[in-house]
Write a protein of this length. Structure first.
Length: 121
C-alpha cells in the first residue's frame, strides 16, 4: 500500500511535469506550500526521499523562474523526467539510483538543536 503522503507528493510532481510539457512553466511549484502543509501532519518530511523530493521541487520551481539557469548540469528537458523518477521512488519508498539527482538533491544531514548547543560548551 502506498503511503498517503507519498502519493500526494508524487501526484504533485507528476502534475508539474505535465504542466511543463504543456508549456505551463509558471505552474511549476505553485502548490509547494500547500502540499507541504498537507503532508506535514502525516509524514516526517525529514525522511530522506521526502526531503529530496521537496528540495528537488523547490529547485525546479526556481529554475523555471530563472530561464533554467543556476541549476546546472540539469537541463530544462530533464526536470520532468527526474520529477517522474522521484514520484516512482516516493511510491516505492526507495531512493533514486540516478547520480544527477543524488548529487544535486540529497538532503544534508541535520544536527539537532541539542547537538548544536553542546558544541558551544
Amino acid at each position: 500500500m502506498v503511503n498517503e503522503a507519498a502519493e500526494i507528493l508524487a501526484c504533485a510532481l507528476e502534475q508539474d511535469a505535465q504542466a511543463q510539457e504543456a508549456g505551463n512553466i509558471n505552474d511549476i511549484g505553485l502548490r509547494w506550500d500547500d502540499i507541504y502543509a498537507e503532508i506535514l501532519p502525516i509524514q516526517d518530511t525529514a525522511e530522506p526521499i521526502f526531503a529530496m523530493a521537496m528540495r528537488f521541487w523547490d529547485d525546479w520551481g526556481d529554475a523555471s523562474k530563472h530561464e533554467w539557469k543556476y541549476h546546472e548540469p540539469i537541463t530544462k528537458e530533464q526536470w520532468p523526467i527526474f520529477a517522474r523518477e522521484l514520484a516512482t521512488c516516493l511510491r516505492t519508498e526507495t531512493m533514486p539510483e540516478n547520480q544527477i539527482i543524488n548529487e544535486n538533491f540529497t538532503p544534508m544531514p541535520t544536527v539537532s538543536i541539542l547537538e548544536r548547543i553542546k558544541k558551544w560548551f
